[in-house]
Design a protein around this ligand. Structure first.
Ligand code: PEP
Ligand code: MG
Length: 611
């Protein structure tokens, strides 16, 4: 059921409630493969309220935080409500009233009114006000319980008390950035089930312990999905109704290729899943044999095939993959899941370790790309980024914009990279560049940092490592000629390029069907970028998720791309695609594709080509 774009047709996959208690739920395929294991529910740890009192002068700001948390909670619940339609009617009937009750409590309810007054009259923080009020309401409800726990009236009170506490917890979670999750208590081979996983949560997953992942929220090209693919953990995200009736210890199947989660699988389904696991293992072993073979087309053109690195835990996978270097090291991992910003020395040690273990293969280090869905608590704690996101974080102070605003942060990272660059070939990559002024400003800072280090007697690589830019907005692609005159290389980030070109949030389930790298607009922008790079004689690669899908490989080659960087598990599959084609055939395919206006027709052409 998997399509070449990694998406699944909702209509084709039946969501069934079988005669047994088997439940099959349709989600988005985020990382291929099959996992079978006991459910491990990733429950948020109780949010820690570190600030209880506020100053009188801060009541307005605190009330504004509270209102923002209400809005965010409403948005989350409305999203869940909107997705119920894909569930069987029985399940819809169970869940809808609950969500309605939650939504009502976020309206002009006692909880909201009284929490607001607590902030203003008692000068307590928004999270304290919410917790105190939710507990007060729950106590009042339970205190009014006249009869035993089996009495229907008592049960109803208990339910209402649970509901008010639950909505209180959601508000506090949205107010406080919940602490990091730990999965160390999960049994070996468990399947992690959660409402949502942030990228920083996914970064804590140990693939040796967690066999699979399924969540209610999330999209296929968000950073959570990217990290799960990097770890090679079969995953299905965006699965409505998942948490309903899913208990710790239950057996669950996660079919990350088809995007289906099966709860309480029948014996026949379980047997088929076991066969699928064996076949994936065999497939991986076969692909593993490609490791030492070059990424060369049938007519002898050598391509550069590198790996993306999100987390240091991937280093052995990269070594096994046969990648010829790291084409994109996302440095965000160094800043995640910690309370403080890493020092220059800490960063230098981490980068140097990676460069050294690549033993002469190049490493492209991308400087910090904060923003959008990449939340980094340490930056909030250090006051570098605001606690409340911008009204539109994807269009705000992302990537290079933040670094140019906070030179101390940027200079420390550049110095750390320059330090590591004496250990092996390194390139520096700038995220979210939209104009030449940014590249010029960066180059000035880069030279200044290098000169200061040289003056301090530090050994400097000469020449300085190349400075490249990510092409990930339509503006950057359309101005590729101008940027090519300033940059030493390009890396095309098709994830953000698709998001910004199509105005579709890459992690947003509701519009996931519109997120399509086969859209003719995206293909033209890639082609324009590749042509501009050729005109200016600078290297260009693709390092977004499009590079990891082997059915796109011939098309990217036809568009003029000769360098790809993918998650490590995808390297052998992409290498196989490169080794099975000729440049001429790729160009003919691309010529055909570029005449299409319908992305579905493009996909058909790609599928036919692959046969
Ligand atoms: C991209 O946008 O395609 C990219 C590679 O960067 P990231 O996924 O980290 O935003
Ligand atoms: Mg990006």
């Amino acid at each position: 059921m998997s399509r070449t774009d990694g998406k699944t047709d909702a209509i084709d996959v039946p969501v069934t409630l079988a005669a047994t208690d088997e439940r099959r739920l349709l989600g988005l395929p985020a990382c291929g493969g099959m996992a079978i294991g006991p459910v491990y529910r990733a429950v948020e740890q109780p949010a820690q309220i570190t600030r209880s009192k506020i100053h009188a002068a801060d009541t307005q700001a605190e009330t504004a935080r509270f209102e923002a948390a209400i809005l965010q909670s409403r948005r989350q619940l409305l999203k869940l409500r909107g997705r119920l339609a894909v569930l069987p009617e029985e399940s819809q009937g169970e869940i809808a009233p609950l969500l309605d009750a939650y939504l009502q409590m976020l309206g002009p309810s006692r909880l909201v009114r009284s929490a607001r007054s607590r902030i203003q009259d008692r000068l307590v923080s928004a999270e304290t006000a919410v917790m105190e009020e939710a507990n007060a309401i729950a106590h009042a409800l339970l205190g009014s319980r006249a009869d035993g726990p089996t009495d229907p009236a008592a049960q109803s009170m208990q339910r209402q008390a649970d509901e008010v506490r639950e909505i209180g917890r959601r508000l506090v979670r949205n107010l406080t950035r919940a602490p990091f999750r730990s999965y160390s208590t999960a049994p070996l081979g468990a399947v992690l089930i959660a409402e949502a996983l942030r990228p920083s949560d996914a970064a804590l997953i140990d693939p040796a312990r967690i066999a699979g992942v399924a969540t209610e929220e999330g999209g296929t090209d968000g950073h959570t999905a990217i990290i799960l693919r990097a770890l090679g953990v079969p995953s299905v995200l965006g699965t409505p109704g998942l948490l309903q009736g899913c208990r710790t210890g239950d057996t669950v199947l996660v079919d990350g290729t088809a995007g289906i989660v099966t709860l309480h699988p029948s014996a026949a389904r379980l047997a088929a899943a076991k066969r699928a696991v064996a076949s994936y293992t065999k497939q991986r072993q076969q692909l593993g044999r490609l490791r030492r073979l070059p990424a060369v087309t049938l007519d002898g053109e050598a391509l550069e095939l590198q790996a993306n690195l999100e987390l240091p835990i991937e280093m052995p996978l990269i070594a096994q993959s046969g990648a010829s270097g790291i084409g994109l090291m996302r440095s965000e991992f160094l800043f995640m899941n910690r309370d403080t910003v890493p020092t220059r020395d800490e960063q230098a040690t981490a980068y140097r370790g990676i460069v050294e273990s690549m033993a002469g293969d190049p490493v492209t280090i991308r400087v910090l790309d904060w923003g959008g869905e990449k939340e980094i608590e340490a930056l909030v704690a250090a006051g570098i980024v605001p606690e409340m996101p911008d009204t539109n974080p994807a269009l705000g102070l992302r990537g290079i914009r933040l670094l140019l605003r906070r030179p101390e942060l940027f200079e420390a990272q550049l110095a750390a990279i320059l330090d590591a660059a004496t250990a092996g070939p390194v390139r520096v990559l700038l995220p979210m560049v939209t104009n030449v002024g940014e590249v010029q400003a960066v180059r000035e800072i880069y030279r200044r940092v290098a000169s200061a280090m040289a003056e301090q007697g530090k050994r400097m690589p000469t020449p300085l490592p190349p400075l490249g830019v990510m092409i990930e907005t339509p503006g950057a692609a359309l101005a590729a000629d101008a940027l090519a005159a300033e940059a030493d290389f390009f890396a095309i980030g098709t994830n953000d390029l698709s998001m910004y070109t199509l105005a579709v949030d890459r992690a947003e389930l509701d519009v996931a069907h519109l997120y399509d790298p086969c859209h003719p607009g995206i293909l033209r922008l890639i082609q324009m970028t590749a042509e501009a790079a050729q005109r200016h004689h600078i290297p260009v690669s693709v390092c977004g998720e499009m590079a990891a899908n082997p059915s796109y490989t011939p098309l990217l080659i036809g568009l003029g791309i000769r360098s790809l960087s993918t998650n490590a598990p995808a390297v052998p599959r992409v290498k196989q695609a490169i080794r099975s084609t000729t440049i001429d055939d790729c160009q003919r395919l691309t010529w055909q594709v570029m005449k299409q206006s319908d992305p579905n027709r493009t996909r058909e052409l790609l599928e036919q080509f692959g046969r």
